[in-house]
Design a protein around this ligand. Sequence first.
Ligand code: NCD
Ligand code: ZN
Length: 346
Amino acid sequence: MTQITIPRPDDWHLHLRDGEMLKAVAPQTAQHFARAIIMPNLVPPVVTGAQASAYRDRILAALPEGSTFEPLMVLYLTEDTDPKDVAAAHASGLVKAVKLYPAGATTNSNSGVRNFDNVRPVLEKMAEIGLPLCVHGEVTTHEVDIFDREATFIDTVLDPLRKATPGLRVVMEHITTKEGVDYVSAQGSDMGGTITTHHLIINRNHILVGGIKPHYYCLPVAKREIHRRALVEAATSGNPHFFLGTDSAPHTDDAKESPCGCAGCFTATNTMQLLAHVFDAEGKLNALTKFASENGPKFYGLPVNTNSLTLTKKSETATWPSKIASAAGPVTVFDPGFPVYWHIEN
Ligand code: NCD
Ligand code: ZN
């Protein structure tokens, strides 16, 4: 097959930032995607319905003229979050999920949750109204090795939290391990898992062998090859539990190429071309529709997009800018390290 047309894809985990960075990166996602779940880890975080509404306006203002891209807003769960505010933001149609960051787990997660007992009333309200919880699935315990933090989270936090809150819809985001794949696939339809583009392409060797590659560093950090293979198999299986969440997370080159470099890979520009390559290489191109366009809306109870995206395999390599300019500084686009022949037609 050299051409595929899929319903317009959505991104179920995206960082758009704010200010100058927002203006630079929002058009990149809006080029190919119809909707995206917008991560709320701004400084200060997007905690209340009013903050989410104001942030949504800033995102819409950053889109190219005539764009129909729809930001799906998310509230950042803190120990002070008011269940009534969450319920009202959901009832108005503004907010599509609430995000749980264990405090200290990743970029701008200091306002996250330390004591899960303090968020119990919010989680119970969410289970009652059917509002999904998106989870950054890593423990932050100092003693736990960074490569084990996801697997440990499943047993010590995620599974107990789900058992304590029956009916709560949960997305385990950016899964990076076989344990993550196995856990999510064994659950019912109230559990989903997102997979990023870069975790389908790199393993931990790509970050560390032959010199340290700051643009491959993200959280959760890429694991061993057996885990990458488990992710590729899950993503290309068509299994409704798994859908695309790019976790495209722009940082300026200064912030990445530093003695204490920020975590995040920026893939908004070339995700769809890269996914076509990965799915084609598995002989599973037809499963791209489910992963990028159908399974996500189904989990969130939203319609599949009616417009489409066509990708064509050509003899010449696909190209994209190696960096996106922003007034805050350049942002390096994720480089898969191999030639890609899949081009976007519309
Ligand atoms: C994200 C960011 O930069 O905001 N970084 C990342 O490595 N993925 C935060 C996150 O999703 O963990
Ligand atoms: Zn993220």
